[in-house]
Ligand binder design. Structure first.
Ligand code: F6R
Length: 614
């Protein structure tokens, strides 16, 4: 995830403070870094691709001054590959405004077009570069920085945390935010802005958390916060008591828990990247899949590994059921060695968080060589898969630091929902009116995830009260795939043997394993299959298993009486999207089981975050 640090102080040490702050943000993952420094003769900007040491070496080489005020940024590529040019900070046309930005500006193409028509030119491929251009446009009119920022942000749709400097105001720093965190740190004769507390923690423990649409104005002695209309607002000072390690995790004990809690935000980012307020179809032109292309296809493969494979399973189920397109899902390690039928009438969709998984990458290359078009559903911009695929659908989960994938999976599912709708509309299986309704359900998803996260304490209590020998996850339809993901997570981080079964398959073998000490987690969210799954749960209950139901609130509770020892009730809604919701309690179950057993949650044994070898 991108990181922001800004410093202004009486002592001539701004570039040192900024480099130190950026180093504190390195743990978040980044691919390039940059710095802007106020000097009497204007703002200096330097930026480099790669690790911070590259920037540090470069600054040393050119004798970069220390200065009194500046902003810095570590970039995690979103729009445009990792490069010196795409790194932040970005300039306005006349070099009078400089900006660093975290977040995504959704309508940047449209704004960029307008600016181009005005004669502006752009250096980078980023969405960020339009921001200083627009601020400068307004600033030129009356030299009022707050009004210029406020007018600029009223034009932008999306999320942003901004650090801003004006060339003719070297004694001031500006900050603004919406849907992307930003704090202002209070020092003595010096003040800070930062996207994350660790960046400033060794200098101050007193911060303001900016709220949406706040604009902060900092000089060496004071901090003023105003709203969009320019009226002063007061924010409480928050005294940070966490140590640095806890602060890196946003106050959570583990990255995994932090990432679980980031899901409402990142799922919204993924959805927003493809949804427009006034258009009843997902925005997918860049994927190169038109009606003609779809009609000409003989087959679709989805290829992935691990958690991404489970997202592919959900995608296949939905694409077949809603868009009526037959789709084959395969694990990449099998696909690449079995000589599958691939030709130019084949679409291969590869799914990967890291974009570097060796087997998935090999499947991609093999498919391209055989003439197929490849669509990558990828989280990491600039990764090998994102570069080699013909088309890319980015999930906007931000960097996932915990080895066990959580937020990236939820974003992959959001991508699958959008892709399904796209295919279905192209094939005339979904009308704009139906999509309109679906869009409402999609937009409601982040709030529902939040509701489930509010049950964290109860879920922890359930986990604390069980001590199973082994665990079965069972469900039907989409609930089966949800169980597969739940089971993988439990194995990965709690080292507890578990298996996922289609509920109807239990009686064909695995039911022989059921005995006291077995925990069966029944996922019950698919209306037409509720009674069938509950019957299967009755069978395991009768054989001594302990049963935990994860059910939607529209399931008749009396059906679970006498069957479920424990139940976790999640919000009801569109049948497609409960697959994402039902997985949230599963993530928390795995997490708390691992914590209870005292394991290293974020770095489970024998596993690597990115599997770049076979
Ligand atoms: C599970 C997990 C792994 C990955 C798998 C594929 O929590 O993280 O199973 O999903 O290694 O990785 P990507 O998605 O990076 O291709």
């Amino acid at each position: 995830m991108c990181g922001i640090i800004g410093y202004i102080g009486r002592e001539e040490k701004a570039s040192d403070m900024i480099m130190e702050g950026l180093a504190k943000l390195e743990y978040r993952g980044y691919d390039s870094a940059g710095i802007a420094l106020a000097t009497p003769s204007g703002i200096l900007v330097e930026k480099t691709k790669g690790k911070l040491v590259n920037l540090a070496d470069h600054l040393a080489q050119i004798g970069f001054p220390k200065g009194y005020a500046g902003i810095g940024h570590t970039r995690w590529a979103t729009h445009g590959e990792p490069s010196d040019i795409n790194a932040h900070p970005h300039w306005s046309q006349n070099h009078d405004v400089v900006v660093v930005h975290n977040g995504i500006i959704e309508n940047y193409m449209q704004l960029r077009q307008e600016l181009l028509q005005n004669g502006d030119t752009f250096l980078s491929e980023t969405d960020t570069e339009i921001i200083p251009h627009i601020i400068a446009q307004y600033y030129e009119k009356d030299r009022d920085p707050v009004r210029a920022i406020s007018q600029a942000i009223s034009r932008m749709r999306g999320s942003y945390a901004l650090g801003i400097m004006f060339a003719d105001r070297p004694g001031e720093l500006y900050a603004a935010r919406k849907d992307s965190p930003l704090v202002v740190g209070l020092g003595r004769h010096e003040n800070y802005i930062a996207s994350d507390i660790p960046a400033v923690l060794s200098h101050t423990r007193d911060v303001y958390f900016l709220e949406d649409y706040d604009i902060a104005i900092l000089d060496t002695e004071q901090i003023r916060i105003v709203d969009r209309a320019g009226h002063s607002v007061s924010r409480d000072v928050f005294h940070v008591t966490w140590d640095v390690a806890a602060a890196e995790k946003g106050g959570f004990p583990h990255f995994m828990l932090k990432e679980i809690h980031e899901q409402p935000h990142v799922v919204r980012e993924t959805l927003n990247s493809r949804l427009l307020d006034d258009v009843d179809a997902p925005k997918m032109e860049d994927l190169g899949i038109s009606k003609e292309v779809l009609d000409g296809l003989k087959r679709i493969y989805m290829v992935a590994c691990g958690t991404s494979y489970h997202a592919a399973m959900v995608g296949k189920y939905l694409i077949e059921r809603v868009a009526r397109l037959s789709t084959i899902v395969e694990t990449a390690s099998e696909f690449r060695y079995r000589d599958p039928i691939i030709d130019e009438k084949t679409l291969v969709i590869v799914v990967s968080q890291s974009g570097e998984t060796a087997d998935t990458l090999a499947a991609l290359r093999m498919s391209k060589q055989a003439g197929a078009k490849v669509l990558g559903i990828v989280n990491v911009v600039g990764s090998s898969i994102s570069r080699e695929a013909d088309y890319v659908f980015y999930t906007w989960a931000g960097p996932e630091i915990a080895v066990a994938s959580t937020k990236a999976y939820s974003c992959q599912l959001a991508a699958m929902y959008l892709l399904t709708a796209h295919f279905a509309m192209l094939r005339g299986k979904m009308t704009p009116e139906e999509f309109h309704e679906l869009k409402g359900d999609l937009i409601g998803l982040p709030a529902k995830i939040g509701e489930i996260l509010n049950q964290e304490e109860e879920i922890k209590k359930i986990v604390d009260a069980v001590d199973p020998l082994n665990v079965f996850y069972v469900g039907r339809g989409l609930d089966y795939y949800t169980g597969m993901e739940g089971s993988l997570k439990l194995k990965e981080i709690a080292y507890l043997h578990s298996e996922a079964y289609a509920a109807g398959e239990l009686k064909h073998g695995p039911i022989a394993m059921i005995e006291p000490g077995t925990l069966v987690i029944g996922i019950v969210t698919q209306k037409s299959l509720v009674e069938k799954t509950i019957s299967n749960l009755k069978e395991v209950k009768a054989r001594g298993a302990q049963v935990l139901c994860i059910a939607t609130e529209d399931v008749d509770p009396s059906l679970m009486d006498g069957v479920a020892d424990e139940r976790i009730i999640i919000p009801a809604g569109n049948w497609m999207f409960t697959s994402l919701l039902a997985n949230i309690p599963q993530q928390l179950i795995a997490y708390y089981m691992s914590v209870k057993k005292g394991y290293d949650v974020d770095k489970p044994r024998n596993l690597a975050k990115s599997v770049t070898v076979e």
